[in-house]
Design a protein around this ligand. Structure first.
Ligand code: HDE
Length: 744
């Protein structure tokens, strides 16, 4: 304001003495003349381009070198400090008024340490809370270059990835080997930005429309009154929902199959599940379904193994993944696509490609391999990486787009939204594990946990102040392409009629299983339904089974002691899809764990010969002896007390394994583990379980009359006898076939 009076101005106010915002309050010092309003404002020069506009250099939002080893981004220096970097001389004693006196509130280090600790936990994921992850690389073979313009799919391009595997229903601390679907989420840090393939190990889903997801999860999670059972579908609310809501029957059938009990994350298939749309350089589109094919084979635990493992080693899958990577046995998956024409109906061979409860049999559309992923590095810090990683099916790159699958459409909303509470605000993309490796210039500003210090003044577009930056890209410059697709129709809360077929593919899946797999499915339904209290729910689910397969329905009904209902639909007999069965095939044995069981009197050179033969076949020998310590020159990995059948793929009895003087604790004999012949009861138990689990077993020459024959039928399929090298050779061959189901 121009002062019209010639009077000296009073400090900090207008002529009436009122203070104005922005005036400095300096009592007693006259203010200098304010700038005249008539003075023109001179535009300043635009700021130079920001560092991350120069090109795809790997810089974090704060300018830290993204390629620097992570430890330099976190803990530095040699001394313990406060969070503000002040060195500390003591962290074990709080500040007190005398050694026996009260603790002083002024102890900053105490308060900071405890306060931070109090807030260490963040909300766990509402689903998929329990997980394990690893870093790796994806190398494209170029086969997809003709259908997608995505840069990371071009021949030879290598892209860093981070993969998180998970169970769905259990809490963060629940066991790994429960009967459940597994998540298989892959983050590709491509040069064109993040691409997330957020899939499962089962190719179909429980619901066709995302609006039902809360219902599904409320039914599957522990019941709200007592909060039990944990990480299980074997309870009333789950079976109530899936029996009333028959579109869930297909996924449920997969959950009752061996697929829901993976032997390892390394032996799981992965499925993108939904149909996605791809576009190539010429602007041509096609529809695709993604598949991860494990080079390790697709293997499962038996239900007995899964249950034992839950108690013996609740971290079984997490440990297995980390151990394999640490041992250099890197798990490898091929990524494949089923490619379908992008027709108006979006159907293929009569299958509605927008219905997420339907799969496309591989015999109808071949899975074509477009690249290979190797997981080769364990996370350094579970929380920073595995817990804070976030995936989003909406994280797409040019060349890949979504379809109208109503389940996928709802997911596109959910995955950002959930991070706002889980990761505490909108800046989760700045967490190191979530940062893109491509340059980011997003005009997103501020918010909780803002880690970046953006330069410039123009956080908007268009602008002239920051030199017009950032610019929008043309398609040629790599802009994301929302593939233009026709949309028409009235606004309705409906699904198309083809979504009403809930049973055809249940029959397809069941008909495609081998005999032993069918027996497992029958046992699973019988077990789970027997855990329900309400008879009406069991009867209703039996009614659903009647529409899948008469034999399945009858056997489960018999197990429950209930009548088998009649089908309400005509039972069609589908053409089986052999690719849906896990049986058959030969698989690499690399990394398989072979127990080498010895007794106190065993010749150490014999044990060493077995272990060496196992090692040279690329497998991992675990020496199992009466106690820990060393055996000859070899380290003992498991004692009789800690050895467990569930962690072995096969075992060799290499020595007498005679009972030690104290090997028969009273409780063992009470539990019925009586010594067989001269063998230690724990060894008897171990081999009895391995035999029942249909795993290959070797018995060295001269041990036939040790008592082993009482628990292992030495003439049964998959039991090798002979010298160390002959036995290991035969076991290696047997392990390539995985299990000896013919043992019956
Ligand atoms: Fe998810 N899902 N989901 N989901 N999902 C989440 O995201 C959701 C669905 C899947 O390791 C959540 O960050 C809705 C299908 C995986 O971090 C949440 C619907 C498939 C993971 C969410 C689905 C998945 C999640 C929980 C129905 C297989 C773990 C925390 C419309 C194709 C990712 C989070 C990881 C996680 C919502 C259905 C796979 C709440 C609403 C179908 C592998 O956003």
């Amino acid at each position: 304001s121009n002062s019209r009076s010639s009077e000296p101005r009073r400090t900090g106010g207008d002529s009436a003495g009122r203070r104005k915002t922005g005036d400095a309050v300096v009592p007693g010092v006259p203010a200098s003349e304010p700038p005249s309003l008539a003075e023109p404002t001179k535009a300043r020069d635009p700021l130079p381009p920001k560092a991350d506009q120069q090109g795809p250099a790997n810089v974090s939002p704060t300018g830290a070198d993204y390629n620097a080893p992570p430890e330099t981004n976190a803990q530095q220096g040699r001394y313990l400090t406060t969070s503000t970097g002040v060195r500390l001389g003591d962290t074990d004693h709080s500040l007190k008024a005398g050694p026996r006196g009260p603790v002083l509130l002024q102890d900053h280090h105490l308060r900071e340490k405890i306060t931070h600790f109090d807030h260490e936990r963040i909300p766990e994921r509402v689903v998929h809370a329990r997980g394990a992850a690893a870093h790796g690389t994806f190398v494209a073979n170029g086969a997809a270059a003709g259908i997608s313009k995505a840069g990371f799919l071009a021949k030879g391009v290598e892209t860093p990835v981070f993969v998180r595997f998970s169970t769905v229903l259990g809490s963060r601390g629940s066991a790994d080997t429960v009967r459940d679907t597994r998540g298989f989420a892959t983050k590709f840090y491509t040069d064109e930005g993040i691409y997330d393939l957020v899939g499962n190990n089962i190719p179909v889903f429980f619901i066709q429309d995302g609006i039902k997801f809360p219902d599904l999860i409320h039914a599957g999670k522990p019941q709200p009154d007592r909060e039990i059972p944990q990480a299980q579908s074997a309870h009333d609310t789950f079976w109530d929902f899936v029996s009333l809501h028959t579109e869930a029957q297909h996924h449920t059938l997969w959950n009752m199959s061996d697929r829901a009990l993976p032997a390892s994350f390394r032996t799981m298939e992965g499925f993108g599940l939904h149909t996605f749309r791809m576009i190539n350089d010429a602007g041509e589109t096609c529809l695709v379904k993604f598949h991860w094919k494990p080079r390790q084979g697709v293997h499962s635990q038996t239900w007995e193994e899964a249950q034992l493992t839950q108690g013996l080693d609740p971290d079984f899958h997490r440990r297995d993944l980390a151990d394999a990577i640490e041992a250099g046995v890197y798990p490898v998956w091929d990524l494949g696509v089923q490619v379908m024409p992008d027709n108006d109906e979006q159907t293929f061979s009569g299958i509605d490609l927008l219905d997420p409860t339907k799969l496309v049999p591989e015999e109808l559309a071949e899975v074509q391999i477009i690249g290979t992923m190797t997981l080769n590095r364990n996370p350094i810090n579970y929380f920073a990486e595995t817990e804070q990683v976030m995936f989003n099916p909406g994280h797409l790159v040019p060349g890949i787009d979504v379809t109208n699958d109503p389940l996928l459409q709802a997911r596109l909303f959910s995955y950002i939204d959930t991070q706002l509470s889980r990761l505490g605000g909108p800046n989760f993309s700045q967490l190191p594990i979530n940062r893109p490796h491509a340059a980011v210039n997003d005009l997103l500003r501020d918010g909780s946990h803002q880690d970046a210090v953006p330069g410039g003044v123009a956080a908007y577009r268009p602008n002239s102040l920051d030199g017009g930056c950032p610019f929008t890209a043309s398609t040629a410059e790599g802009a994301f392409i929302d593939i233009p697709t026709e949309v028409h129709g009235a606004k309705v809360r409906e699904l198309s009629e083809s979504f009403e077929d809930h049973y055809t593919q249940c029959r397809l899946f069941y008909a495609s299983l081998g005999e032993v797999e069918k027996q497992h499915v029958i046992a699973a339904y019988t077990f789970e339904l027997a855990k329900c209290y309400e008879e009406n729910i069991k009867l209703r689910q039996l009614g659903c089974l009647a529409n899948i397969d008469a034999e399945l329905c009858q056997q489960v009904a018999a197990g429950l002691g209930l009548p088998a209902p009649k089908p309400t639909e005509k039972l069609t007999t589908p053409e089986p899809s052999p690719a849906l069965s896990q049986l058959g095939g030969r698989w690499p044995v690399a990394g398989r764990r072979v127990g080498v069981v010895v007794g106190a009197d065993t010749d150490p050179t014999v044990a060493a010969a077995v272990a060496d033969a196992v090692r040279s076949a690329g497998m991992l020998p675990l020496l199992i002896a009466p106690t820990g310590g060393t055996f000859g020159k070899q380290a003992i990995q498991r004692s009789y007390l800690t050895a467990a059948s569930v962690e072995l793929d096969a075992a060799v009895l290499a020595g007498l394994a005679a009972p030690a003087d104290d090997a028969f604790p009273a409780r063992d004999s009470k539990a019925g583990h009586q010594p067989a012949g001269q063998l230690d009861p724990r060894v008897v138990k171990l081999f009895g379980e391995l035999f029942r689990q249909a795993k290959p077993i070797g018995v060295l020459d001269g041990l036939d009359d040790s008592g082993i024959a009482d628990v292992v039928d030495l003439g049964a399929p998959g039991v090798a006898t002979g010298s160390a090298s002959a036995v290991v050779d035969e076991l290696t061959e047997l392990l390539a076939q995985h299990r000896m189901w013919q043992r019956g």
